[in-house]
Design a binder for this molecule. Sequence first.
Ligand SMILES: Cc1ncc(COP(=O)(O)O)c(C=O)c1O
Length: 428
Amino acid sequence: MIEPRPCRGDSLETMQDSTQRRQAQARHTVPISGAWRRTARGAGLLDDDGNVAASIFAEMSALAVRTHAINLGQGFPDEDGPAEVLEAAHQAISAGVNQYPPGRGMPVLLEAIARHQQRFYGLTLDPETEILVTAGATEALAATILALIEPGDEVVTFEPFYDAYGGVIGLGGGIHRTVPLRAPDFQPDLDALCAAVTDRTRLIIVNDPHNPTGAVFPRHTLELIVELAHRHDAIIVTDEVYEHLTFGAPHIPIATLPGAWERTVTISSGGKTFSLTGWKVGWLSAPAAIVTAILAVKQFLTYVNGAPFQPAIAVGLDLPDSYFSSIATVMKGKRDLLAAGLRAAGFAISVPQGSYFIVADATPLGFSDGAELCRRLPALTGIVAVPIQAFCSRANRAEYAPLVRFAYCKKVELLEQASAQLAALSSR
Ligand SMILES: Cc1ncc(COP(=O)(O)O)c(C=O)c1O
């Protein structure tokens, strides 16, 4: 007997069915092994069932879009950087600077970074061997951590910490030890710092000025870190992306302290200083042998990036001193504006000494869980913020539960509007 031939529609339906069946099977059966799990765990994104949770930043940004709320969650400025820098990128694109730049970075940028470190900090660097251009500070951090640790090595950071640290330490198989920074001033307890650094410590990562707390560490704390690094033969990795955004004492790069240079990797980027976070041009500097070790990893991450943006960031780094002092003055004004708004709304706040962020304690408003407050904040006030728990290991989240981070790197009008809207909290 001849079987009836399936008509076109039948066969399509069969294909769809089998595709769906295969997708369902894949969802349930294929074990996905690999380093992703320890990376997600390190960033605090692995739940008890082994699933990767969306980061709170992604959740809050989506909430801001969905509710048309003012997004004070993510730390990106809403104004473009200096016109000369933007123009230099346009010119570079028009002039054909559009192909792979050299692996260590374009000489014009390497030389500008060296001049910048000399001008602001008195550090003399060899642009050919002691500097490496990276895809933002993020790649500099990732390449440095992956290059310098062995599985099982300990890496010390302060807590709360920028989430990338936990993820990359996990990826590299490192063990993350943290030293708590507590309200109101978010300075470390020096005994706790001494206890955290041991002979098992390979790296001490120091983010100064600090995200999310806005803390700036005094010289004596930085000196202690250098002493501990010597005592335990550790390397110091600094994250100085907010180096030009301090509001009191000037920024002190650890590499300038006696005995620090030979064991310090200094990391920064153009994103915050020039309000160009999307360009992702970063850099690191260290003794030549350390740079070469990091380059061995970095060349297989991105290889290179941002050809036309590199000469443009070089123009930025050579801007006069007045540019750098004015961005700090303007940002301080914005900090004060949002701080007043948050206080008036009923938060207890810690006044930050640097960076883009204010930490606000929601306890006086009757909220003990910052994550819950952040989920409700758009409906209550039309504002989005992020809970500090997003910057903590799962084990320590409870300690930071009522704290929320607000970004003030926004236009003055927006911050005024946000302050007015936040007032709704006090009149609830
Ligand atoms: C402390 C800290 N480090 C690094 C970065 C990432 O810098 P980049 O955009 O240059 O990769 C950020 C960005 O928010 C940050 O806050």
